[in-house]
Design a protein around this ligand. Structure first.
Ligand SMILES: NC(=O)c1ccc[n+]([C@@H]2O[C@H](COP(=O)([O-])OP(=O)(O)OC[C@H]3O[C@@H](n4cnc5c(N)ncnc54)[C@H](OP(=O)(O)O)[C@@H]3O)[C@@H](O)[C@H]2O)c1
Length: 277
């Protein structure tokens, strides 16, 4: 039995579909609300809260392979519960920031969960993706409302990844030999700037999308109201304020592992155009 956490999220939804299409065996998708889960026939929707590991008992029953999104719940307790339930292999979504900005708070949490997993006695595969194409959903309300998209570091290009590519790598790691005790840094096929992302959305919508670059200070003021000071600073460092070669490097890991080219940002936009229209 495999359990996919975050099963209706960006990665999990694609992973459930891939594993089901492959006929990879009995499969469960975890959500806090099964009413929201529309899974392919035969995939079992299970309810559980990653913030309360005790609520995962029935979801983990009989599970041998676990796909875990980190930092949405109580990671130490989840790994403990998984080990006690007899899970054999965990594929963990960590973050590229573990190797690019380990000093930042969120990266430190990923460093800690990677360490816990390696010390858990279960087999592991660690995925360290760069920032997701789907993060531009932050702009969806503004674009739908024909408002100006306001972004700092407008011309900083990062090798943004399509979440479905993370799912494909996870699917390979879960179903094929040779991926245990491996750590994979994952990126998209090219660097793309926020300005180019907005242009790609405008092209798919067939209309202008107003865009303005704002200062770090202005962006910080806006982001800190919902993220808090430290997380806002971390996001701003990672999106332009504190660049390094590790963060900017385009890697071929996705194509090497899946055998298919990594998907581009325009492809993600064309698949998700309705969210911006
Ligand atoms: N966005 C980025 O740029 C980026 C970069 C590197 C790493 N990551 C990592 O990627 C992962 C996020 O992946 P994603 O984009 O696929 O997720 P997502 O679309 O943001 O969805 C989050 C999923 O987590 C589930 N979730 C949230 N809180 C939960 C809880 N308390 N109990 C159970 N489920 C919970 C939600 O499920 P329900 O609402 O159905 O319960 C949802 O399906 C995280 O581990 C994050 O640290 C993100």
């Amino acid at each position: 039995m495999m359990l996919v956490t975050g099963a209706i999220g960006n990665i999990g939804r694609a992973l459930v579909e891939e594993l089901h299409a492959l006929g990879a065996g009995p499969l469960r998708g975890l959500t806090r609300d099964t009413a929201k889960a529309v899974f392919p026939k035969g995939v079992e929707a299970v309810e559980g809260d990653l913030a309360r590991a005790a609520s995962l008992k029935s979801a983990l029953e009989g599970v041998r392979s676990l796909f875990l999104v980190s930092r949405v719940g109580a990671d130490a307790d989840i790994l403990d519960a998984a080990g006690r339930a007899g899970v054999d292999h965990v594929v963990l979504v960590s973050s590229i920031t573990v190797q690019t900005h380990p000093h930042l708070g969120p990266a430190g949490e990923n460093v800690a969960v990677e360490r816990l997993l390696k010390d858990s006695g279960m087999a592991w595969t660690i995925l360290r993706p760069t920032q997701f194409a789907s993060n531009v959903m932050w702009w969806a309300d503004a674009i739908r409302g024909h408002e100006t998209v306001r972004v700092p570091y407008a011309d900083v290009g990062l090798p943004t990844i399509h979440p479905a590519d993370i799912a494909s790598v996870a699917r390979v790691a879960l179903t094929e030999p040779g991926h245990r005790e491996r750590t994979y840094a994952l990126t998209g096929p090219e660097r793309i700037t926020p300005r180019q992302q907005v242009e790609a959305i405008a092209a798919v919508l067939g209309r202008d999308v107003p865009f303005a670059e704002i200062s770090r200070e202005e962006a910080h003021r806006e982001m800190a109201t919902f993220l808090g000071d430290e997380a806002a600073d971390a996001v701003l460092d990672l999106t332009g304020g504190d660049l390094n070669d590790e963060l900017l490097t385009v890697r071929d890991t996705v194509s090497r592992i899946t055998g298919a080219p990594a998907k581009s940002f325009p492809q993600w936009v064309s698949e998700n155009a309705a969210a911006f229209a």
